[in-house]
Design a protein around this ligand. Structure first.
Ligand code: FES
Length: 154
């Protein structure tokens, strides 16, 4: 993931618009390219999609995926939906928060790790589920999570 680049972000917005994508599609492309949607994208998004600032922010805030600040070098997204909660998802989230010292939606001060919620990854029969650096992980437990966290430090 690269840092924010205003010129490139405008190109991404224009390309997605020309390809027929919706505002949501452009936001997805920005997150895929930069990891987040920077405040600097507001004006080009508003102009390109003929939407007000409130409308753009409404779409951004509706979807968990459209974060508005740069993520850490590693991102752990823990499923918070019902099926995962039924098999220990809450306890796993609590463990992750205690182990990392981070709340959900928080990035460590050194930029190494972001902890985020996610709502169902389609792995409901194999929870607790998570996305770790974009890779789905089923039946995650505290020990396996600790191993991943240790691996991030190396
Ligand atoms: S409820 Fe967690 S993957 Fe579906």
């Amino acid at each position: 993931m690269n840092g924010w680049n205003e010129k490139k972000s405008v190109a991404v917005i224009e390309e997605t618009f020309k390809a027929g994508a919706s505002l949501t599609g452009a936001l997805r492309a920005l997150v895929d390219t930069f990891g987040y949607v920077d405040e600097a994208a507001m004006t080009p998004l508003m102009k390109t999609f003929a939407r007000s600032r409130a409308e753009v922010l409404g779409v951004i805030s509706y979807y968990e995926d459209f974060r508005q600040s740069p993520p850490g070098r590693h991102v752990i997204r823990l499923c918070q939906a019902e099926a995962c909660q039924a098999v220990g998802g809450r306890e796993l989230t609590r463990h992750a928060q205690e182990k990392t010292g981070l709340a959900l939606h928080e990035t460590s001060p050194d930029g190494a790790l972001t902890l985020e919620p996610v709502y169902c990854l389609g792995l409901c029969a194999n929870g607790p589920a998570a996305l770790i650096d974009g890779q789905p992980v089923a039946q995650l437990n505290a020990a396996a999570l600790d191993t991943k966290l240790t691996g991030f430090e190396e």
